[in-house]
Design a protein. Sequence first.
Length: 348
Amino acid sequence: MQFKDIAGQRDVINRLTEIIDSGRVSHAQMVLGSTADGALQLVLAYLQYLDCTNRQHYEGGELRADSCGECPHCKKMAQMVHPDLHFIFPTAATPRVTGSFWSGDFMQEYREFLQENNARGTVDEWYAHLGIENKQGMIRELDAAHIVQDLGLKSYEGGWKMMVVWMAEKMNTAAANELLKTLEEPTPGTILMLVCESDERLLPTIRSRVQTIKLRAVSGERRAAASSEFASLLVEWLRLLFKLKMKELSAQVDKMSAMNREQQKQFLNYALGVMRDCFMHSAAGTPVEIGSGDQKFDTMFPTMVTVNNVELIEKALDEAIMAVERNANAKIALMQLSFNMSKALKKR
Ligand SMILES: [Zn+2]
């Protein structure tokens, strides 16, 4: 899979290739988004790019870079026969496979399924492919044991050992606890990529140990949420993060806390989208419209979001979103976010 084969998601892809090129690949990552929107495709293209021996870089195109599609690594990845590429996914007993089983027992079916659907097939389509429509698939302890075992093996090709866990929210508790061990002590040279459609069902301890890449729903890629209300709230807040005058900042946090939880979540997701745009545009040297109505701010602010702090900024916003989701005190969460953001912005 190459990035060019994925519909949309250009900003996310460009940010990822930038991070890979800078050599700062995180050992455990989670792509949060629907498979139909390309979450699994993104993982496959990402892993193909990672060890491609002839990465292509483009000037002025939609994509800043892509794998070559021609080198031995790319070819094995495209055919899904790379010996260092492992998959875990939800399964259930079938007439052919019963008793004690794991994903590896269904690998042939899974490979067919990925190829037939170009890695965009939904979990229900997967169950239909296996003929288990009436059962609930699951990722079991035996699957997690294989994750630990396979990542512990020596790399066959001398590159990254890659493990893809598709529909990570289907892990049962025993599997999740087993997986935690790997996350706590990652083996060097390994990369674990989770694809998750609804992270609310993942253990918080797992969520906090993986770096999250959020996909936008393709249909709403340019969300209507770019409402002027959110834009002015965001700009007022960003300005105060530089001044750090406590009284004003606290008043701004009060204003943000006055929204209901759902609005707070939307606002924080909106802020996350703007930060990603800023990063992409500052990296490409093109202007971005933040919507402050102040040209100086719109020109200056995006340059503050760089490869040095974009991950910290995302982490700060993700943590605040999670705090809002679990009903934490909004004022405390937003104040903490303000300090974290302010610190991150200084690290440009
Ligand atoms: Zn290649």
